[in-house]
Design a protein. Structure first.
Length: 266
């Protein structure tokens, strides 16, 4: 079955704006906050509400589609066959809890393993980054231009400083070398926003020692449209079903970061 991807994108966008309203409305009341894998891995009732909101809309409207989301409201997915929605209901939950700012809704649609639609909505700045495969990427409807390269020593990359001081992080030394050699670093705390910023030329690269498919599924569609590259630290293609290391950048920078830094654990 094939779809009118532009129409599907409009539907996804409408639901995303509706979901954003539910998130903003939650600010007026106390919400339940819990920890998942460790005390700093936060999840709230709003994360779960938003994921359920999308799951219900998708199941009602497109019962033949599959669903993958961070909070596990749907059955576990083991294949990318057919049409799959990959959703992070709130990317940047820690920011949502602490800052009430700098968090996004990330919605991707893949068809037979190919990224067709990517939406990253920064809820508080009201910036929607969207792309459909082959039709370019946009920020609030304005086209994003193909990225312009900068040399590594003039580049700004997104990286979380925590990775540099984690004793058990096997990539600590190459990351320190990279951080030393670039012009500067930034850390927003939402992988989806940071990847969208790369697509919008606000960053030159972004990397993380551990990301999951819902963190980058929509971002990959954006990156593809503006000519950026993304892979694991070792330059391998990213899985849409399993977590891994993640590195993205403008093509030359991406290649250099992989081959001269994180591709080799020092
Ligand atoms: C997290 C954010 C954060 C990244 C973490 C992710 P969440 O997503 O994207 O920036 O460093 O690895 O897990 O849990 O807030 O959806
Ligand atoms: Ca989370
Ligand atoms: Ca996330
Ligand atoms: Ca999340």
């Amino acid at each position: 079955m094939t779809y009118d991807w532009q129409e599907l994108e409009k539907t996804a966008r409408k639901w995303t704006y509706e979901a954003a309203k539910i998130i903003k409305d939650s600010f007026s009341r106390p919400i339940l906050i819990e920890s998942k894998s460790n005390v700093n891995d936060l999840v709230t009732e709003v994360d779960k509400t938003i994921e359920s909101f999308f799951y219900e809309k998708i199941s009602e409207t497109y019962p033949e589609h599959f669903f993958l989301g961070e909070e596990g409201v749907a059955e576990e997915l083991s294949s990318l066959e057919g049409t799959v929605w990959i959703i992070d209901p709130i990317d940047g939950t820690m920011n949502f809890v602490h800052q009430k700012y700098n968090f996004a809704i990330s919605v991707a649609i893949y068809h037979e393993g190919v990224g067709m639609i990517g939406l990253v909505y920064d809820v508080m700045t009201d910036e929607l980054f969207h792309a459909t495969n082959g039709n370019g990427a946009y920020i609030n409807g304005e086209p994003l231009v193909p990225v312009k390269e900068r040399p590594l020593n003039e580049s700004i990359i997104g990286v979380n400083a925590k990775w540099l001081v984690e004793e058990k992080n096997q990539y600590r030394n190459p990351l320190k070398a990279l951080v030393r050699d670039v012009r500067s670093t930034r850390s927003i705390g939402s992988a989806a926003i940071e990847i969208a910023y790369l697509a919008a030329d606000r960053l030159d690269g972004y990397l993380s020692v551990n990301l999951s498919p819902w963190d980058y599924a929509a971002g990959l569609v954006l990156l593809n449209e503006v000519g950026c590259k993304a892979s694991t630290f070792h330059g391998e293609p990213l899985s849409l079903l399993l977590p891994s290391t993640f590195i993205a950048g403008k093509p030359h920078l991406h290649k250099e970061m992989v081959s001269s830094y994180v591709g080799e654990e020092l």
